[in-house]
Design a protein around this ligand. Structure first.
Ligand code: CU
Length: 283
């Protein structure tokens, strides 16, 4: 059922030295709270926006409302206040509780819209990758490297397989996507069958994979942050939605050039996987 593991020992050998030090650079951890560590400019800005903009505002609002509720419970319960007021409105208070939220939204909108634009407007990119959702795995094409065949990346089905390769179970795949660090990569995302979503938390990307349409996004992993990053399909797509992880191996530019020179190490095994939802290896 798995593709033959051509890559692991032969052509990739040149890469392993540079990869092992930073292996498993970001992945979910038990009991983890908050985001995975950011390794791209987009995720860095997202993390800042969440930690230093949204969280203080949310915390302030929650504490204020909590204080008001406690005050009302103490001050205006039946014992403390046997004769309730008949007041039905108060113009000053109504203006305050309308204007203050408006001001809060205005404060948030500037960094929020800037960040949306930063994520959405593609800068000049140096290379392009196409990610196609299948039932149920991802297929990757290196559009501007013709010598690299597109390949299917499937989850390692057995826990023992994942452990043997030192990968987290349910996230590790047989063939990871390989990209260089310090390089702006455009990602074209589409699907062969139903809706999927290509999402990698440490990169700050999440974009729908829609049959008949191509969505695009981008990322640039900081130099020095080489390693393996994991994501998952993030659109409920069907019975094996939970079993089509995304594994991205980020290597240095030199290591990536070697990998390309070796024809991507993943020789000709599989390219197409269309209506039936089966890889060639499964047929
Ligand atoms: Cu999916």
């Amino acid at each position: 059922m798995h593709l033959p593991k051509i890559a692991s020992s032969t052509a990739v050998t040149g890469l392993t030295g540079s990869m092992s030090a930073a292996a498993r650079a970001a992945e979910p951890v038990d009991g983890g709270i908050g985001f995975q560590e950011a390794v791209t400019p987009v995720m860095e800005k997202l993390t800042w926006f969440h930690n230093w903009m949204l969280m203080p505002i949310i915390t302030g609002i929650v504490l204020l409302v909590l204080a008001l509720i406690i005050y009302i419970m103490v001050r205006f319960n039946e014992k403390a206040n046997p004769q309730p007021s008949k007041t039905s409105h108060n113009t000053l208070i109504e203006v305050i509780w309308t204007v203050i939220p408006v001001i809060i939204l205005l404060v948030m909108i500037v960094p929020s819209m800037r960040l949306l634009y930063f994520q959405d407007a593609l800068p000049e990119t140096e290379m392009t990758i196409k990610a196609t959702g299948n039932t149920w795995n991802w297929e990757y094409s290196y559009i501007d490297h013709e010598n690299i065949d597109s390949f299917v990346s499937s989850m390692l089905e057995e826990r023992t397989d994942a452990e043997a390769e030192g990968k987290p179970y349910l996230l590790g795949t047989d063939f990871p996507l390989v990209v260089p660090s310090g390089t702006r990569v455009k990602v074209l995302v589409t699907s062969n069958n139903n809706l999927h979503s290509f999402a990698v938390p440490a990169f700050g990307i999440k974009i729908d994979a829609i049959p008949g349409r191509i969505n695009e996004t981008w990322f640039e992993v900081f130099e020095g942050r080489e390693g393996t990053y994991y994501g998952q399909c993030s659109e409920l797509c069907g019975v094996r939605h939970a079993y089509m992880p995304i594994e991205i191996r980020v290597v240095t530019r030199d290591a990536f050039a070697d990998w390309v020179a070796n024809d991507g190490a993943f020789t000709t095994t599989v390219a197409t996987n269309t209506s039936g939802g089966q890889t060639a290896a499964q047929q």
